[in-house]
Design a protein around this ligand. Structure first.
Ligand SMILES: Nc1ncnc2c1ncn2[C@@H]1O[C@H](COP(=O)(O)OP(=O)(O)O)[C@@H](O)[C@H]1O
Ligand SMILES: [Mg+2]
Length: 377
């Protein structure tokens, strides 16, 4: 279990004080896999380093299992090596002059608790087994592939039998295929062991695939926290909507409808009815959003609400799906669909799009640009 309460961390820079983490709170249950997701510079690593004990926060409390390891108000600070954590970072620090066995056993031999030779032997072989590297004990670390080296780092993190595992972009140095494989593998192993994981990434698909719960960070704040499915289907604001998946956005103004909806919203591409549960008053500025996979396309005029004629600007065939870039009144947006048969693929330069009222998301416009909202890759 990890409980973070009111955590803040500031850095002094030549441009003054910079708040890297702003009073965040987060509770991660025993055995839960929680992913901190956000653009580069939003404070993910700083948060993780505070939990690890590698950084002293300016305010807040951190509890691991039942122990307060950081408590700024009571001046509690348990050093990193006494927190009993497993850690794995982006640079996975394999010792090139050691073989696989010693890469894993070294931290056990020098740990704060002395383990017997047979216990060490046992733990190394169990964790090599977990990452499917049994038999490679004597191999020098430099004679391993990148993926195997990553597995050694993983085995080392597991060998200490941690109850809590911290991982900071551990897969970002791997090529795409290996990365996808390792995501699933890490998830399987950690859930089998029942270890509590705090995992940092800027990669949204990694977050969606691995997480039991995701906390989306931006500018040192947690914007939204929840199961991946909930964040994807009910993003609370534009930042979360845009960071998790793709969303077509249309600025507009509420034209009519009750405060609790359905809302009729006027935009540059037409008027749309939106069944969002969110409240909005007539006259309010609003941004409507729809995910590309929710845009329905037809060859013939459909008998439906929220239909519009669109011209096809570009088609991208992805194998298992197609993405159409569409235009209406100078505004461009995207539709994604996976036809079962090629005959179901919409043809022609002019099509009809439908934004189903229940698929339209309603957002408040952004007040200002978020800090460092850089989407990597
Ligand atoms: N030691 C430091 N001194 C000054 N600024 C720092 C330091 N470490 C991190 N920062 C700043 O704090 C912000 C958050 O950094 P970090 O937690 O590493 O972000 P992330 O891991 O989300 O990319 C960044 O803007 C970064 O430049
Ligand atoms: Mg980082």
């Amino acid at each position: 279990m990890i409980r973070i309460t009111g955590l803040s961390k500031e850095y002094q820079t030549n441009q003054g004080t910079f708040k890297a983490v702003r009073e965040i709170s987060l509770e991660i249950m025993q055995g839960e896999f929680c992913v901190l997701l956000g653009p580069s510079g939003c404070g993910k690593t700083t948060t993780l380093r505070c939990v690890a004990g590698l950084e002293r926060p300016d305010a807040g409390e951190i509890v691991l299992e039942d122990t307060v390891v950081t408590g700024t108000s009571r001046n509690i600070f348990v050093p990193a090596e006494d927190r009993g954590l497993g850690m794995m970072f982006q640079s996975y620090a394999i010792w090139p002059h050691l073989d696989v066995f010693h890469n894993i056993s070294l931290p056990l031999e020098h740990g704060r608790r002395r383990l017997s030779r047979s216990e060490i032997q046992d733990r190394v072989s169990t964790s090599l087994d977990l990452v499917r590297l049994s038999g490679l004990e004597k191999r020098r670390a430099t004679e391993l592939s990148g993926g195997q080296q990553q597995r050694v780092a993983l085995a080392r993190a597991f060998a200490g039998k941690p109850k809590v595992l911290l991982m900071d972009e551990p897969l970002s140095n791997l090529d795409a295929k290996l990365r996808e494989e390792m995501r699933v593998e890490i998830k399987k192993i950690t859930s089998r062991l029942g270890v509590t994981v705090l995992y940092v990434t800027h990669d949204q698909s990694e977050a969606l695939v691995m997480a039991d719960s995701v906390a989306v960070m931006s500018g040192g704040d947690i914007l939204q926290r929840g199961a991946p499915e909930d964040l994807y289907s009910k993003p609370e604001n534009l930042d979360v909507a845009e960071f998790l998946g793709n969303m077509n956005l249309f600025e507009g103004r509420k034209e009519s409808g009750g405060i609790q909806g359905p809302h009729v919203v006027e935009t540059a591409v037409g008027n749309f009815t939106c069944n969002s549960e969110r409240e909005a008053a007539v006259g309010e500025n609003i941004v409507l959003g729809i995910r590309p996979e929710d845009v329905r396309l037809y060859r013939d005029p459909p008998d439906a609400d929220n239909a519009l004629t669109v011209s096809v600007v570009h088609k991208q065939f992805l194998g298992n799906a197609s993405i159409y870039e569409l235009e209406k009144e100078g505004t461009r947006f995207f539709a994604r669909f996976s036809p079962l048969h090629s005959s179901e693929r919409p043809f022609g330069d002019t099509l009809f799009a439908v934004f189903e009222p229940s698929c339209l998301h309603l957002f408040r416009p952004r007040l200002s640009k978020p800090q460092a909202a850089v989407k990597e890759e």
